[in-house]
Structures are given as C-alpha cells and as structure tokens.
Design a protein around this ligand. Structure first.
Ligand SMILES: Nc1ncnc2c1ncn2[C@@H]1O[C@H](COP(=O)(O)OP(=O)(O)OP(=O)(O)O)[C@@H](O)[C@H]1O
Ligand SMILES: [Mg+2]
Length: 267
C-alpha cells in the first residue's frame, strides 16, 4: 500500500482553481521530487498532504487514513509521522536553534531533558549545525536557517519528511550536502521524502520519481530516466534550461567543476 495516496484532488482559492484533480501515489521509502514553475501549486499540494488545508474535493490518504475526512485524534497521530521544513524555515526567533528543535520533542514526547539534549545534538549534527545550537535564528545565515528547519523536521524521526525548497538560497556546496543528507536518511531510515525544488541537479541526484506540476495537473510523473527522455514540451522547457550533463554528474563533483569553470578566464 502506498504511504501517501492522493486522489482527484481539487483545490481552489476564491474560486480560482490551483490543483485540478491531481492523483499520485507515493511508496514507502520513496523520494518524490515535485517540480513546477513558481505559483504552480507545489506548496499548496504540500499543505494538503500535511492536512493544513481542506480540499474542495478529492482525498489524501496518509498511511491508510484519509486525512481530509478523519477525526482530530487520527489527524494528530498521522501528523506525528510527518516532519516538515517549510519554504520559509518558520523557526521561532525568540528561541535558540537547539530549543527550536527541542520544542518539538518536549511537545510530543516525555523524554528526559538529558535525552532531549542528546537527540537535539544528533539532529543538529546531522545538518552540520552541531556548533551553532546556542544561536538564535536571526544570528544565522539563510542557509543555516534552512538546515535548522530540516533538523527540527527530523526531531521526531518522522516516517515521512516533507521539504519545501530546502536548498533555495543555499550555496551550491551546502545544497549538495543537503542532498547527501536526504540520501542517507532514505538509505538508513527508509524515510519517505517529498521535496519541492527548483534545482534540477538536486532533483536528479535524490529523486526516485519526479512529478511535474503544470496548470493544476501533473504534466508527467516518472523516474529520472523517464523524465530525461520525455518529449513532453513542458518537461523539456523545464529541463533544457540547464545543461544536461549537470544532471548526470554526482552533485558535489558537478558543483565543484561548474564553480571552477566559472572562475576560469575565457580563453
Ligand atoms: N492561502 C492562499 N489564498 C489565496 N491564494 C493562494 C493561497 N496560497 C496560494 N495561493 C495561490 O495559489 C497558487 C499556487 O501557490 P503555491 O504557493 O502553491 O505555488 P508554488 O508552486 O509553491 O510556488 P513557488 O515555487 O513560488 O513557491 C498561487 O497563484 C498563489 O497565489
Ligand atoms: Mg512554494
């Protein structure tokens, strides 16, 4: 059974149709990358998967529970298996980074304070922020904030990790490191990961499948190879903006290479 099952999902804002009958199954342990232009409804779709908004029609099932119709108690239990890092990080500015992560643990578990500290340390280390826990969000760079948001999303060891543009605004090296982290989470914890990204290199590095939103529908859902080979004009338009090779090189090496090339004077 798919861990997430979306059927005929329709979302409208003020009568304007944003999602126009989407259906998508996401399998347990799969990394699904959502692509699509700005305003195509990617964040809207994520809000539906998180049951933060109700659709006009259609259903979203998470672990077999239709979250568009379930009880509050069921919703609560489903939410515990979802870890989220929103597009805008959405950290509490009055709290240090470690307290931002600890808050989730204190809210949802009865772990002893010493264990909470241990877990927080592990999550911050996982995103490369081990030495920055005492800082407040406003003392961090944009990229560090993003990584702190990912650490918080990981706090409860979620079965499903939802990341809205985790690498937007990050320097290429840090973005590539985030990709590697996602791959590790998938391999080690069999986490199901849903990622919105505009970074094609990242999409091709981490995705098992890619779903591309266009005008409220999926223009294509497929594996990396299927997306690469697609002749769908919407998909081509999206892909051909970047050199094809970038998608094939391992993220880190590819980025280094590109960076170094950009530093060389033209011959
Ligand atoms: N709460 C809301 N009320 C009204 N309109 C909304 C609301 N949220 C989103 N929209 C509209 O829905 C459309 C899709 O927005 P959404 O944020 O899902 O796009 P997106 O694909 O995530 O874009 P981006 O890549 O820029 O983040 C946009 O036209 C937006 O104006
Ligand atoms: Mg968005």
């Amino acid at each position: 059974m798919p861990i997430i099952s979306i059927r005929d999902l329709v979302v409208e804002y003020d009568g304007r149709r944003i999602l126009d009958g989407l259906s998508l199954d996401i399998e347990h342990g799969e990394t699904m990358v959502l692509l699509g232009g700005s305003g195509s409804g990617k964040s809207t779709l994520l809000r539906q998967i998180l049951a933060l908004e109700r659709p006009k029609s259609g259903s979203v099932s998470v672990k077999g529970i239709d979250i568009t119709r379930c009880s509050t108690a069921e919703l609560k239990s489903v939410r515990l298996s979802l870890g989220v890092a929103f597009q805008s990080a959405a950290l509490f500015n009055s709290l240090s980074i470690e307290d931002n992560v600890a808050l989730t643990l204190r809210e949802h578990t009865s772990l002893a304070p010493s264990i909470v500290r241990l877990v927080v340390g592990m999550k911050l280390a996982a995103v490369g922020l081990a030495d920055f826990g005492k800082l407040h969000p406003q003392e961090l760079s944009g990229g560090m904030k993003k990584r702190a948001a990912v650490a918080r999303a990981l706090a409860l060891d979620p079965e499903i990790l939802v990341l809205d543009e985790p690498s937007a605004g990050l320097d290429p090296i840090v973005a590539a490191e985030l990709d590697e982290l996602i791959l590790v989470l998938k391999q080690v914890f069999q986490m199901t990961v849903i990622v919105v990204t505009h970074e094609m290199a990242s999409a091709f590095r981490i995705a098992d499948r890619i779903a591309m939103l266009y005008q409220g529908r999926f223009a294509l859902i497929g594996t990396r190879d299927e997306i690469r080979a697609s002749q769908n004009p919407r998909v081509r338009q999206f892909l051909d903006r970047v050199p094809g090779d970038t998608a094939k090189t391992p993220a880190l090496a590819g980025y280094f290479e590109k960076y170094l090339q950009s530093q060389e004077p033209n011959e």
